[in-house]
Structure formats: structure tokens, C-alpha cells
Unconditional design. Structure first.
Length: 491
């Protein structure tokens, strides 16, 4: 049998991008810019100018931020669920003034922002959170006098606020958050005395609510990172048997667990400030094997139904933060082996590469990060700088300054394997590598160090003690970055 031939780049993978990462000019601010919300050619966000959070706008790809109304105070942006939404060319959000407190406000692009509903009469605050739009109606959680904080809605045509569902009956609150639409259903996390924190699914037409108890009883599975992809809801939840893993809800059946990256009840999905994102057929998240690495870049392929891991750092926590898909690449923040925070990217087929040294700001366990008008915006700061909004254009990105790479041929034999895998690497340079073998769940089953010399190098990994099945062989460079991965079958 002829060995399989692969061609790949081993590289330091550090791109020159300072000219393409622009720090926008904001007056002195005391908080982190957050709640990025695009509408037409304008990007809205909030930032504290020292006298409370204000509403700001960026009107073009070259414009600097402008404060809309210095007298208007946006509600606190320290919670990630106080989203802004656009419906019928009007921006809706949780605002505040002395007359109505924190209530549902609107901005039509010309007049000053104004309250559209006073859910709790007078200066008492309903503090709407988690705004989302479904079929022309705005849904959110709000604090009411009679029902506590529960799921509510606003119809802009009828100018009517409705109490949708009292998940925790009476004046007690279920505190719905993380609202997402799956088809014509509203998915959210809520907490009750009977079920704890669990996934709830509400049908606003049928006026029906289903609570899916992943962990039966009052303990709850604490679902997080709710993300919709191809009409399905992906999220992390803590199972009593398998720990914190990736789940999916298809819109009709009970949620299904997809991964067990950290075997047993160890947690593989981390409550990191990145959430879950999809690129191509893969669902990405920050995770851990529960043994060796912390905060690894993990993914689940929805087509092959296999899990994959990418170790960005070999000597500590990579502290992965923020996910955004921009021009068919996944951008995020993570630390390398020198404990320096970088902006990274991956196309899902090649090793992740470092773009620029940059520290991401976190607001309510999320990094404010969004793509707008073919540009990537995020909150953060460069070494030696203060927090601001950054604008990144990857169309001008060059890789000619600090990228170090060489072509190498990799051959595996035999494949399928029985007792051992022989790995042949033909390269013109010296390199320190780690050869890692993982099973279909992403669990590491074998590992060895390897140093290549110019010419053909041969390395072996024993598979004699492994059960039959599919495995993945990964080559990692000295920086802990995955440079090559290939599938291996054990007979």
C-alpha cells in the first residue's frame, strides 16, 4: 500500500497587520464600548464618557465615533443581555431618564431617543434585557410588579407591551436571558425553583412553553452560549454524567449532547468570554480535555459528527475570548506561550495564525465584536494603550514581514494501522514538533516530541494498545499551533 501524501506549511504564523488595525478616536471613556448593533451603513454602540453610558454611532468605514445625545443616558452595559435591535428602521434598546427610569427606548435616526413604553409606571425601572425580533414583535425580559422578571413583548404597530409567559408563577422571577429564535420559537434560559436553570422554548403563537430538564430536579444544567446555526440551537450545558459539553436543539425534539471531549464528568466546554460560533460545517468553542490543556480551540463538525481540538498554547491557559466570522475566517483572541494576548484567525482547514498583539475587553462574559460593512470592529487595547474601539480590514493584510514558513511533505504508513504508525517528514529545515494522536471525541491517546533535521525524518507512534476506530494525528509546532492533521484508521 502506498503511503498517503500531504503537503502543509510549518510556520510561526505571525502576520503583519498594524497598518490594518485602526484605533478609533474616542474622547476619554471610563467603560468598555459595547452593544455593537449595525443598521444600514451605521454602527451603533454604547460607551461611558464619565457621566454614564451614552449612545454612539459610526456612520462609515472611515468615520470616527460620534456621541448622539450627551444628555441621554443609556442603561448600564455591564450585562451582555441588554441588546439593541433594529425593527422597521428604528433602533430599540434599554434606556434611562429621570421620568421613566430604565425602560424600552427608541431612536429613529433624527430625533433624540425617546421612551416607547413605561412598563413599570413612574420612575421605577423595568430594565428590558435580551431584546430580539421575531415576526415583527420585539421580545425581551423585563421586571414587572405582579410577575417579577419574566418574558415580555412589544408590538410597535399596536404600541402595546404584553406579558408573554410567567415561567416562575407569581411575583417571583425566572430571569429569562440569552433569547434566541429557532424557527417561530423563542429559546431562552430561565431559572425556577423546581427545575433550576434550564433551556426553555416558547411558542408565541400557541402560547406554549416547554422546559427541557437536562438535569432533572432543582439543580439545573446551566445552559450557556446559545447560538443558532442552520435552524438549530447549539449551547453548552452541564450534564451529571458527562460534565459541561456541547448540546443541540433541533426545534422539536429534546436537546441532544454532541461531545464528550473531557471524558466522564469533567468539563470540556468552558464558560469563557467567547461563546459559540459556526464556520462552515463546524461549531467552534473554547474547551479543555480536562487533563493537559486549558482553553483549547475546539470544534464539532456537524457533517462528520466528530470533535476536534487545536492547542494554541502548551504551557498554560490560552484564555480564548471573542468569536466573530469575518470573510470566511474565525477571528478570536488568545494568549500564546509568552502569555501575550493576540488577535488570531483560522479558516478551519489550516493552523490558526496570530494577527496582532491585542487584548480583548470583556463585557458581561462577552467580547464586543462584530462585522459591519466588510470590516471587523471590537473593543480592546494594544500594549501600552487604553481601551477603545478598533476597526480591522483584512483585505489589506500582508504576510510578508514576520511569517516564517517552509514546505514539507508528510507521509503516513500504514494507514489503516495495526501496531504502529510511521510518520515520514521531508523538510529542508530543523523544527521542534509535538506529534499528538486523538480519538474521534478529541481525547488525546498518544503523544511524543519530534525534532526534524533537513532531509527525511521518521517517527513512530504505537497503536497496539488502542481499540479499533478512527483517530486523528496532529503535528504541532514549538508554539503549540496545529500545523497538520490527518485521519488514521486503527484495525
Amino acid at each position: 500500500m502506498r503511503p498517503l501524501l500531504y503537503t502543509f506549511f510549518l510556520s510561526a504564523a505571525c502576520l503583519s497587520s498594524h497598518a490594518q488595525t485602526e484605533r478609533l478616536q474616542l474622547p476619554a471613556i471610563t467603560g468598555t464600548p459595547a452593544q455593537f448593533t449595525p443598521h444600514n451603513n451605521t454602527l451603533y454602540f454604547t460607551a461611558d464618557n464619565g457621566s454614564g453610558d451614552k449612545l454612539w454611532q459610526i456612520t462609515s468605514s472611515t468615520a470616527q465615533p460620534q456621541m448622539l445625545d450627551s444628555l441621554f443616558q443609556y442603561s448600564s452595559s455591564t450585562t451582555p443581555w441588554r441588546r439593541m435591535v433594529v425593527l422597521n428602521d428604528i433602533l430599540y434598546f434599554c434606556g434611562r431618564n429621570d421620568s421613566v427610569g430604565e425602560e424600552l427606548f427608541a431612536y429613529n435616526g433624527s430625533n433624540a431617543p425617546y421612551p416607547v413604553a413605561d412598563i413599570r409606571q413612574g420612575s421605577a425601572s423595568a430594565s428590558p434585557e435580551g431584546l430580539m425580533v421575531l415576526n415583527g414583535i420585539i421580545y425581551f425580559s423585563a421586571a414587572t410588579v405582579a410577575y417579577g422578571r419574566e418574558l415580555c413583548s412589544y408590538d410597535p404597530v399596536k404600541h402595546k407591551v404584553s406579558m408573554e409567559w410567567d415561567t416562575e408563577p407569581g411575583s417571583a422571577s425566572s430571569n429569562p436571558y440569552a433569547l434566541q429564535a429557532v424557527g417561530n420559537q423563542i429559546c431562552f434560559v430561565a431559572q425556577t425553583q423546581a427545575s433550576g436553570k434550564e433551556l426553555n422554548v416558547y411558542d408565541p403563537v400557541k402560547k406554549e412553553l416547554n422546559c427541557y430538564e437536562i438535569v432533572p430536579g432543582a439543580s439545573g444544567s446551566n445552559p450557556m452560549n446559545l447560538t443558532v446555526h442552520n435552524g438549530k440551537l447549539y449551547f453548552s450545558a452541564q450534564d451529571l454524567v458527562y460534565g459541561n459539553e456541547l448540546f443541540v436543539y433541533n426545534g422539536s425534539s429534546a436537546p441532544l449532547r454532541l461531545t464528550d471531549i473531557a471524558p466522564g464528568n469533567a468539563h470540556s466546554l468552558q464558560a469563557a468570554a467567547c461563546g459559540i460560533a459556526n464556520l462552515g460545517s463546524r461549531i467552534y468553542f473554547a474547551g479543555s480535555t480536562g487533563q493537559v490543556y486549558e482553553s483549547m480551540l475546539c470544534s464539532y463538525d456537524t457533517v462528520t459528527r466528530t470533535a476536534h481540538t487545536d492547542t494554541l498554547r502548551t504551557n498554560g491557559n490560552a484564555d480564548i475570548r471573542g468569536f466573530a466570522v469575518y470573510h470566511n475566517r474565525l477571528y478570536f483572541f488568545a494568549k500564546d506561550n509568552s502569555n501575550t494576548s493576540w488577535l488570531w484567525r483560522t479558516d478551519g482547514m489550516h493552523a490558526a495564525e496570530k494577527i496582532a498583539p491585542m487584548h480583548a475587553e470583556v463585557v458581561g462574559n462577552r467580547v464586543p465584536m462584530i462585522v459591519h460593512n466588510n470590516l471587523l470592529y471590537f473593543s480592546g487595547y494594544e500594549p501600552g494603550a487604553t481601551t477603545s474601539v478598533y476597526r480591522f480590514d483584512d483585505s489589506k493584510l500582508t504576510n510578508s514581514v514576520s511569517r516564517i514558513s517552509f514546505m514539507a511533505d508528510v507521509q503516513l504508513y500504514p494507514n489503516p494501522a495495526t501496531d504502529a504508525i510511521h510518520i515520514y517528514i521531508n523538510t529542508p529545515e530543523t523544527a521542534n514538533l509535538q506529534i499528538v494522536l486523538t480519538d474521534a471525541t478529541g481525547r488525546q491517546v498518544a503523544r511524543r516530541a519530534a525534532t526534524t533535521q533537513p532531509g527525511t525524518n521518521t517517527f513512530n507512534i504505537s497503536t497496539a494498545q488502542l481499540p479499533a476506530g478512527v483517530y486523528y494525528m496532529g503535528l504541532y509546532d514549538a508554539g503549540g499551533i496545529l500545523q497538520h492533521s490527518s485521519r488514521v484508521t486503527k484495525l
